[in-house]
Design a protein around this ligand. Structure first.
Ligand code: NUP
Length: 211
């Protein structure tokens, strides 16, 4: 089963399409974030879908009032996104506004060191929110496998755990899968490497060894 998600954080449309095409074979999905949307426009979501046939995750980390979240998410789903990532800390109503429009992924803990300041203290409540609303899944930090295990232990079975932070941020495929991650999100270690296809293949093989 495919578990690798490419975080395609480049600006350039042509470069994005090239990397997506040559790595698609090893991916479950492609995640687009603000850098690519700002650099290439929202139409890149439609194009990536057409070129690869893969699910597209729009990592906008929506964190606004319900109406604004709805206005943004409806355009993004319309462009072809299959999943939208939203912050949970803004509250149930804001997350629900996104969930009413399509598949949603809620951030329950982030991967960078600063996540310890404000997000980690709220993780238990964010897990509760996810258990109540039952989105497709949650974002948890590959940089802290012990936190992924903790989140897995509290999260309703069936809700997926997607983990960024492997590679450039120091997370390890093996550790994070053993901790209970369902999907591994990798950006720089693939798109900024000399041979993105080969880098994706290597991570794909590493995943296969563990699962
Ligand atoms: O907690 C998070 N950490 C994180 O790195 C939540 C995220 N959505 N991300 C995103 O995952 C980040 O914005 C980037 O798009 C990707 C990780 O990229 P890299 O560190 O593998 O290059």
């Amino acid at each position: 089963m495919k578990k690798l998600i490419l975080a395609l954080d480049v600006y350039d449309r042509k470069r994005a399409l090239e990397i997506a095409e040559c790595t698609a074979e090893y991916l479950w999905a492609i995640k687009v974030n603000w850098p690519l949307i700002i650099g290439s426009g929202l139409g890149i979501i439609t194009e990536l879908k057409q070129v690869t046939g893969l699910p597209i995750i729009a990592d906008l980390k929506l964190a606004d009032i319900p109406n604004t979240n709805r206005l943004i998410a409806s355009k993004v789903f319309e462009a072809g996104a299959d999943y939208v990532i939203a912050h949970g800390f803004v509250g149930k109503d804001s997350v629900k506004a996104v969930m009413e429009l399509g598949n949603t992924i809620i951030v329950v803990e982030m991967s960078h060191p600063g996540a310890r300041e404000f997000i980690q203290p709220a993780t238990d409540k964010l897990i509760e929110l996810a258990n109540k609303l039952e989105p497709f899944g949650v974002i948890a930090p590959a940089t802290r496998p012990e936190r992924v295990s903790y989140i897995r232990s509290k999260l309703k079975p069936g809700l997926k755990i997607l983990t960024p932070g492997v590679g450039a941020q120091g997370g390890k495929v093996r550790e994070v899968l053993k901790a209970g991650a369902d999907y591994i999100i990798v950006g720089r270690s693939i798109y900024a490497s000399e041979n993105p296809r080969e880098s994706a293949r290597r991570i794909f093989e590493e995943i296969k060894e563990v699962v």
